[in-house]
Design a protein around this ligand. Sequence first.
Ligand SMILES: N[C@@H](CCC(=O)N[C@@H](CS)C(=O)NCC(=O)O)C(=O)O
Length: 336
Amino acid sequence: MGLLQNGQWVDQWYPTKENGGKFVREDARFRHWITADGMPSSQDIDASGFKAEANRYHLYVSLACPWAHRTLIFRELKSLQEIIDVSIVEPHMLHNGWEFEGKNQSAEATHILGSESDPLYAKDYLYQIYQLAAPDYTGRVTVPVLWDKLTKTIVSNESAEIIRMFNSSFNHITDNQLDFYPQALRSEIDSINEWIYSSINNGVYRAGFATSQTAYNESFDEIFTALDKLESILTEQRYLIGGKITEADWRLFTTLIRFDAVYVGHFKTNKKRIDDYPAISGYLRELYQIEGIADTVNFEHIKQHYYFSHANINPSRIVPNGPVLDYLAPHNREDI
Ligand SMILES: N[C@@H](CCC(=O)N[C@@H](CS)C(=O)NCC(=O)O)C(=O)O
C-alpha cells in the first residue's frame, strides 16, 4: 500500500507515529460536482461544473470498501446502472495499491472472482488513473473514483459527495425521484452522519489501524458507546430518522454489514457482535433485504481485502472461513 507523491508512486503504510498511534484519515482531494445542467454547484470547491449525461461517467470501486459500497448502493437505488458503468478492482491492496485484474497483478495476489480489468485505459493499477487526472498529484489513491470520460479527469473521490450527486443530479435522465436527502431533514441527517462517521464508520478503522493501546482503547469505547445508543434508537424507531430510510441509514449499513464478518476479528472491535444487538441486527437485515442491495454485498471481496491486504495486522494472511451469517432471516421490523 502506498500513495502518490508529486505523481510518483511510493509504497508506504499509514503514518501513525506522529499522532500517538492514532490513524488519521486524509481528506479526499477531487471534489467537483455533477449537476443536472452542468452549471457549477455551490459545493464545488473548484467551481467547475460537470453536466449529468448518460454514459459519460465511470465508477471505479472495490467491493470490499465500505465507502465505495455507498456509491454502489446509490447507483442501484437511483436506477443509474444503465448510465454509469462500474469497474471492480482486485480486493488485495498490496505494494502497488489497488490493482486491476490482469497479468501485471502483484505476485502474491490471487485472482478473486468478480475483479475486473480497466475497460477505459487498460491500466494495471488505480494510481495510474489518478496520474492521468493529475500528473503531479500528491495524496492517497482511494476508491471510489468517479471518472469523467469526456474530460478524462476525476470528478470526485469522496463517497459522501458522490452519493449526493447520485441522489439528485441524474433525476431528469432516470426519472427516479427517490430522495434520500430531503430538504426538510438535511440538518438532522447531517448531524447523525457526523456522529456515525466519527464513532462507527471511521471508528472501526481507528481501532483497527491504531498502533498504541491507548488509541485502540479510545476508539473501542467510542464504537460500543455509539452502538449501545443506536440499539436504543432502533428499538424505538424503524430507521435512524423516524419512519423513512435516508442517506444516514445507507452510510451506516456499509459498516454494519462488515462488522461481524471482519471488524470483530481483524479490527479487534469484539466487545459484542452486531448479532448480539436485537434491534440493530434486525434493522441491518431489513436494509440488506431491500431490492438490489444484497447484490452489492460481496463477502469474499470483503474478507479477502482486509485479512490479506493488511499484513502488519494479519501477517499470515490467512483469511478466516467463518462466521456463518444469515442476513436473509426475517427482520420483524414491520410494526416498529
Ligand atoms: N473519503 C474517502 C475515503 C475512501 C477510502 O479511504 N477508501 C479506502 C478503501 S476502504 C482506500 O482506498 N484506501 C487506500 C489508501 O488509503 O491508500 C471516501 O469516503 O470516499
